[in-house]
Write a protein that binds this ligand. Sequence first.
Ligand SMILES: NC(=O)c1ccc[n+]([C@@H]2O[C@H](COP(=O)([O-])OP(=O)(O)OC[C@H]3O[C@@H](n4cnc5c(N)ncnc54)[C@H](OP(=O)(O)O)[C@@H]3O)[C@@H](O)[C@H]2O)c1
Length: 299
Amino acid sequence: MGAAAAGTWRLGDLTVNRLGFGAMRLTSTADGRPSDGARAIGVLRRAVELGVDHIDTASFYVSDLRSANELINSALGGPYPDNLVITTKVGPGKDANGEWTPAARPDQLRGQVEENLRQLGRDHLDVVNLRVHAADSVAERFGVLAELRGAGLIRHLGVSNVRAHQLAEAMAIAPVVCVQNRYGLGIRGDDELLAECGRLGIAFVPFFAIVGSRTAAIGAGGGTAAPGEEAEVVGEVARAHGASPAQIRLAWTLHRGPHVLAIPGTGDPDHLEANIAAGAIRLSPAELARLDGLGALAG
Ligand SMILES: NC(=O)c1ccc[n+]([C@@H]2O[C@H](COP(=O)([O-])OP(=O)(O)OC[C@H]3O[C@@H](n4cnc5c(N)ncnc54)[C@H](OP(=O)(O)O)[C@@H]3O)[C@@H](O)[C@H]2O)c1
């Protein structure tokens, strides 16, 4: 069944498989060297073959030699599959030296949208998230994106790294189809926001669902270096399913609600297959209770 095994959700009028793909890991190796372009293109094409129809990207996912958007365009463009939904994000940027630039001013957002259009080779963007850094007002920046949506450059809007009041502020300006925040086993600060998105019918799209709170701690074979009880419980559940801890972490997020989408990031073809297979894992009520109970440890 591939990526369809976890079912579908809607982003506005676009229906996607809940198991998608995050493009951030395509551009460099774990030690920071530029990735092998042919391997990255192979991962993207295989993802689509396996049923992935939702890819998360950004123009600032770049290394010295690679751009995630350009890899996506080379691998899947000309023409793109009709059902493929590409979600990108604006707000942060990188300069020509690959250094992060401060969050875009409202008047810079159009340029960022156009940069995504150029790199992806599209005449409109399916979903654009406003990625914010602070808890301040999103109204002016989201208003600019709403205007670009009205002009036909963007089909649907989302928000990323937001608090509940910022989601409410954005929703008062234009429809919001997704919230993309850091969330997973060990990072449970958005439990309430996830539930609120479910009540509102908005997709909740966690990033770092595999790496959890330990962004550099993935070990060989899909293990994690999470210490203590969390690693122990995840490991036991994984063994019971003949799965890896990474797969259980992904499967757990998908069990948080039908509106939760997965966008695991990888440049590794074997990890891609494993991540997509995780969409078919069904956790029992007892396993869910054990994993959910770890939230209390996360603090
Ligand atoms: N909105 C935002 O601010 C924001 C921030 C960060 C990321 N994102 C998006 O969210 C996506 C997911 O985040 P992420 O890629 O940083 O983190 P992730 O999906 O939690 O984990 C990716 C890391 O885990 C490894 N990995 C992936 N599958 C694995 C498996 N089956 N077994 C063992 N290791 C595995 C990857 O290395 P390998 O390449 O070696 O597999 C990579 O180091 C990104 O790709 C990006 O699209 C959004």
